[in-house]
Design a protein around this ligand. Structure first.
Ligand code: NDP
Length: 451
């Protein structure tokens, strides 16, 4: 706790005590409190009004049973979660994650991060997150649909375009959003398009939402590189994951002239020195839903597949690293390898993919480091644009929407950079993002009274 201001230590101690066993949540709170010492020195009223304690406590946590019947006629039980973290700036907003690792601590860490991320976008959205320990891998289309319908049968009573608006995350893409929205509509008899985002274009989705998180992270990293007079053009880039965020990161990096030489899934990674063939990757991951080894097989002998556990994707030399799979995927050891191989910039596409030790290495080595709550905010920002289009019964072109996304990412970058300057830590995007996000939420809460 030595890295935390003395006045904030009792707050962290209380969070650890009251949320026992929730390691990822502890880690996320710790990281934000580390940045807030300089804020309370300047604005002691945040302490007097217990604003930090209040921000660390979710407004509401819902845990529920999801029973459903598999293709063999067996009853299956999963656990559903929705954590409505903070609604000072707008309705709760944040995705749903379907993965066997999901538990309340993971959903709380994600909801906590989401609150500050959403504040950084400057849009009227509060923070929330949800999901289930359901594993969609190996499940049939009909099983996924029955599961989504059962989840929404309980969840719908907690949602609404002015209350709580979910979206996708790991394991939840356009297919799952469609099934959840279909069941919501059926249960409520309302075509309330703004109740969920990440919808397909055919029924109220937004152009560029699918691409937004990966594109947004790329815009953010490009802006960081520009502060050192450079850009993606000609750089070697490694992107972990091969899901929504990774695929559209690769697409944008390539359009900026970067060469993405490796990507992964949970079974391992592939190294393609000629640059990832994105059309093939999309066909394998989005179309056929196959494992990443299939990419190497289809590309031929020049492409290597390395099974998970044999060596890390972060040992592949690169100038820019964009972790886009899951939390804590970049360890201290991985960060050391990246630094030794000359990495210049790291942009977190995933939520909290770098461990605290990894972040420390990057900072000490002077690597440009973009924290997820700033760098991957393009997804939720475009979800808010989807809500705007739904509210006005309008739809914008891809170009219009992407231009808004690019402007939002530039503004988040500049907000983080100027806040870091203002608080005496130039170039520290972690501090800038934590402080700017916190101050926006805390100021709104202060004005709303003790709620
Ligand atoms: P997807 O489910 O589309 O893809 C996730 C990818 O990461 C897959 O390739 C998956 O491999 C891999 N992965 C997931 N869990 C693990 C694990 N435990 N170990 C190794 N690999 C893993 O999810 P998204 O692309 O949507 O999300 C990726 C990250 O980005 C998450 O941290 C998410 O919270 C964050 N994010 C997503 C946003 C969005 O708009 N989608 C917005 C902001 C942040 P496999 O298929 O083998 O499991």
């Amino acid at each position: 706790m030595n890295d935390i201001d003395e006045k904030l230590r009792p707050i962290l101690a209380s969070v650890l005590h009251r949320n026992a066993g929730e390691g990822e949540f502890h880690q996320a709170v710790h990281e934000v409190l580390e940045s807030l010492g300089r804020v309370v020195a300047k604005h002691p009223h945040f302490l007097d009004l217990a604003l930090i304690e209040r921000i660390c406590e979710p407004e509401r946590q819902i845990i529920f049973r999801i029973p459903w019947i598999d293709d063999r006629g067996q009853v299956q039980i999963n656990r559903g979660f929705r954590v409505q973290f903070n609604s000072a700036l707008g309705p709760y907003k944040g995705g749903m994650r379907f993965h066997p690792s999901v538990n309340i601590g993971i959903i709380k860490f994600l909801g906590f991060e989401q609150t500050f991320k959403n504040a950084l976008t400057g849009m009227p959205i509060g923070g929330g997150k949800g999901g289930s320990d359901f594993d969609p891998k190996g499940r049939s289309e009909a099983e996924v649909m029955r599961f989504c319908q059962s989840m929404m049968t309980e969840l719908h009573r907690h949602l609404g375009e002015f209350t709580d608006v979910p979206a996708g995350d790991i394991g939840v893409g356009g297919r799952e959003i469609g099934y959840m929205f279909g069941q919501f509509k059926r249960l409520t008899n309302r075509y309330e398009a703004g109740v969920i985002t990440g919808k397909a274009l055919a029924y109220g989705g937004s152009q560029a939402r699918t691409e937004a998180t990966g594109y947004g992270n790329t815009y953010f990293v490009q802006a960081m590189l520009e502060t050192r007079g450079t850009g993606f053009d000609g750089k070697r880039v490694v992107v972990s994951g091969a899901g929504n965020v990774a695929i559209y990161t690769i697409e944008k990096v390539q359009s900026f002239g970067g060469r993405v030489v490796a990507c992964s899934d949970s079974s391992g990674h592939v190294i393609d020195e000629d640059g990832i063939d994105l059309a093939l990757l999309k066909e394998i991951k989005e179309g056929r839903r196959q494992r990443i080894a299939e990419y190497a097989r289809a590309r031929g002998p020049r492409v290597h597949f390395v099974a998970a556990g044999r060596s890390s994707i972060w040992e592949v030399p690169c100038e820019v690293a964009m972790p886009s799979a899951t939390q804590n995927e970049v360890s201290g050891k991985a960060a050391r390898a990246l630094v030794q191989n000359g990495v210049q910039a790291v942009g977190e596409g995933a939520n909290m993919p770098c461990t605290p030790e990894a972040i420390r290495h990057f900072r000490e080595a002077g690597v440009l480091f973009a924290p997820g709550k700033a760098a991957n905010a393009g997804g939720v920002a475009t979800s808010a644009l989807e809500m705007q289009q739904n509210a006005s019964r309008d739809s914008w072109t891809f170009e219009q929407t992407e231009a808004r996304l690019a402007a939002i990412m530039r503004s988040i970058h500049d907000t983080c950079a100027t806040t870091a300057d203002e608080y005496g830590a130039p170039g520290d995007y972690v501090l800038g993002a934590n402080i700017a996000g916190f101050v926006r939420v805390a100021e709104a809460m202060r004005m709303l009274g003790v709620i």
